[in-house]
Design a protein around this ligand. Structure first.
Ligand code: ADP
Length: 182
């Protein structure tokens, strides 16, 4: 194992496909508490992403540029190993709903077993972002809804371009939706 982890450094990981104002709020608040925040842009093997890892890292870097104590890295593999690698002691997570809580609770317990020196610290999502998820943003973008309240401008344009280049299949014709006649 590498050197003793540092409690002043926190790691905030996610897929960020794409990064939203909800994520950004956690990063902003975390950066006011910790001396350094390392944002880890990861790969979730169970999820196909709209953006490549390089694109996601690039977007997150642009969005966090105003924060002097925040840096962005790509990572692959176990999160606790990444936390160790960067010399941090804390994993920062955001909590939106009670369903987030169940998932995050078991994740933090598993991580404690994997590495008892790494602690998870949770910040509650602000009211206005508690419903915001990357999945919801991708859906709004696909259906042509307004994105300004959910994602920064650095994300909005590439997101619109990506959904334009990869259109969804057209909805079924009306007759296909009608129940069969008896
Ligand atoms: P993953 O795809 O790995 O679940 P996400 O990008 O969905 O990653 O989320 C990363 C972290 O950010 C999680 O702790 C999640 O709860 C938190 N998070 C996501 N959206 C919000 C939000 N709107 N407000 C606060 N925290 C959030």
């Amino acid at each position: 194992m590498s050197s003793l982890p540092d409690g002043r450094i926190a790691v905030y990981t996610g897929t960020f496909d794409p990064i939203t104002f909800g994520h950004l709020d956690i990063i902003r608040r975390g950066s006011a508490i910790f001396e350094r925040i390392v944002v880890g842009v990861g790969i979730n093997p169970e999820k196909a992403t709209l953006f490549t890892p390089e694109e996601r890292v690039d977007q997150v870097r642009r969005v966090v540029a105003p924060f002097r104590n925040v840096e962005v890295k790509f990572y692959y593999g176990l999160t606790v190993q990444f936390v160790r690698q960067v010399g941090a002691r804390v994993m920062l997570r955001g909590l939106r709903t009670t369903s987030d809580m169940e998932y995050e609770f078991s994740m933090s317990l598993a991580n404690l077993i994997l590495d008892p020196e790494i602690e998870t610290v949770f910040l509650m999502a602000q009211d206005e972002y508690s419903h915001v998820s990357s999945t919801l943003i991708r859906q709004i973008a696909t259906l042509g809804g307004a994105l300004d309240k959910f994602v920064p401008p650095e994300v909005k344009e590439p997101l619109l371009r990506r959904v334009r280049d990869h259109p969804q299949p057209p909805p079924p014709a009306e007759r296909e939706l009608r129940p069969p006649e008896r």
